[in-house]
Design a protein around this ligand. Structure first.
Ligand code: NAD
Length: 454
């Protein structure tokens, strides 16, 4: 909580609870000043008068600056949220650099105007691409640098200006981005960072100086923001929660599936929105696949995420640790077959044992709610249609995977799943393709050329 005397938020390590930094918490007056700066920046000829190619130059200089501090940005993410350092180096360190360069290339290649011959033959219609204006970006703590870049890179490429609000848990790394933007020479007012929690976020969402809201976070907060934006008729993108399915087909090799699910279902200590955490398996192969997953979770090392030999670090906070443990305790109390729950953990830090439970019913809490931790539910199915019905019987639709030796069969199954993105024998985001959810997983798309359109 903010310290009332100095209005500073102290940030504590999820690994050993020591203080790793602090930052001033913004007031509503600070938000007003940031929005004003962004509006002024939007109209400033040093930004507004630039061509796509000139904005691309800015994005590339910005990419060069953040590349120089990639290790520092990755390390600060790990220090704040417990992400294994190897994941942080690639997703948080390298990810934003690649995104800025990708959108720089798109900014160069995109014509600001199209002259379309009118269908009635009476001359041409000029179709112009305009920046939407001042965009507020509200991001969560699980991948703070790269999720910011999902929004920031296309917004800058389009000529927007930005007010960024990172999550309270991962704010320190946002200052590194801001410093790099200054060194890269982004014109004043183009990128503004505001600190604080939900209250500051709500003030930003309703602020009359904001033209668009780009939000990533929980479905609950996304619904509240969506309601407000509906009332204001304010454009909004919502990237929300998930509870995706891994559909294991009859021909899949159990050991290969378990090895693939180490990333596709457990990346970043299970704190990733698109993970395939419901593992749907043919009824007659349940025990074999459950055993392979039990071997997997038992083999994962748990400890200091700065140690490259560690697979699973702590989760971000005591609150998250307690939530996840609550799901594990309920599954144990319900008598589900499970592995992981009784594992010895480091005696400090917000650690949770990677766990798997078998014979889970798709109507149970364990199968329906986003746990956001390293907990897998194995759900038996009888027949392909049943597997697809179970996959689609979810409030969410964000990611997912199909596991099979027959790629074509996998694609056919993938096409029947109601979700934003789905992988066959693998899942990773593709910066060049649209990403986003259906149902309660969100509205709108990020990444790819679609991200620039948005
Ligand atoms: P959260 O919704 O609690 O917070 C996210 C951000 O929104 C934070 O910056 C927070 O301060 C702010 N916020 C919270 N309530 C707000 C409100 N009413 N108005 C304005 N701002 C508000 O989420 P979290 O716990 O930080 O993140 C985890 C969630 O994010 C999970 O549900 C996860 O699935 C989701 N997520 C989704 C994606 C995606 O791309 N779909 C990616 C990563 C995380």
């Amino acid at each position: 909580m903010p310290d009332a005397a100095s209005a500073r938020q102290h940030v504590h390590s999820p690994i050993d609870h020591r203080e790793i930094g602090s930052y001033p918490v913004a007031t509503h007056t600070d938000v007003d000043a940031a929005v004003h700066a962004a509006r002024t920046g939007l109209a400033d000829p040093r930004w507004a008068a630039l061509s796509g190619a000139e904005r691309a130059d800015h994005l590339e200089r910005f990419a060069d600056e953040i590349e120089k501090i990639g290790a520092e940005r990755a390390g600060l993410t790990t220090a704040q949220n417990g992400m294994p350092i190897a994941v942080a180096q690639s997703a948080e360190g390298d990810g934003p650099v690649g995104l800025l360069r990708y959108y720089a290339a798109l900014a160069r290649a995109t014509e600001p105007e199209q002259r379309r011959p009118r269908l009635d033959g009476k001359g041409v219609t000029v179709v112009r691409r305009e920046p939407v204006g001042v965009v507020t970006m509200i991001v969560p703590w699980n991948f703070p640098q790269v999720l910011t870049a999902f929004k920031l890179a296309p917004a800058l490429a389009a000529g927007c200006t930005v007010v960024l609000k990172p999550a309270p848990e991962t704010t320190l790394d946002a200052f590194l981005l801001a410093g790099a933007a200054e060194r890269a020479g982004l014109p004043p007012g183009v990128l503004n960072v505001i600190t604080g929690g939900a209250d500051i976020g709500e003030h930003l969402v309703t602020h009359p100086g904001i033209d668009k809201v780009a939000f990533t976070g929980s479905t609950a907060a996304g619904r509240a923001i969506g309601r407000t934006c509906g009332e204001l008729l304010r454009p909004v993108t919502l990237e929300l929660g998930g509870k995706s399915a891994a559909i294991v087909l009859d021909d899949a090799d159990a050991v290969e599936v378990a090895s693939g699910l180490a990333t596709a279902s457990l990346l970043n200590n299970g704190q990733t929105c698109y993970l395939s955490t419901r593992v749907l398996v043919p009824q007659h192969r349940h025990d074999e696949i459950f055993d392979a997953l039990a071997d997997l979770v038992s083999s994962l090392t748990v400890g200091d995420p700065f140690d490259v030999g560690i697979h699973v670090g702590p989760v971000v906070s005591r609150r998250q640790r307690d939530r996840i443990r609550g799901y594990i305790d309920t599954a144990v109390a319900d008598g589900l077959p499970g592995v992981g729950a009784d594992r010895a953990l480091p005696d400090h830090g917000w650690f949770v044992a990677p766990s798997v439970f078998g014979r889970v019913d798709n109507t149970s809490e364990l199968a329906r709610e986003e746990i956001f931790g390293p907990v897998l539910a194995v759900i038996p199915y009888h027949g392909l249609d049943h597997a697809i019905a179970l996959a689609n019987d979810s409030e969410y639709g964000l990611g997912g995977t199909v596991w099979t030796r027959d790629e074509q069969a996998g694609l056919e199954v993938a096409r029947r799943v109601q979700t934003g993105s789905i992988g066959v024998n693998f899942f990773d985001l593709d910066v060049g393709a649209p990403f986003g959810g259906v149902k309660a997983s969100g509205l709108g798309r990020e990444l790819g050329p679609e991200g620039l359109d948005a």
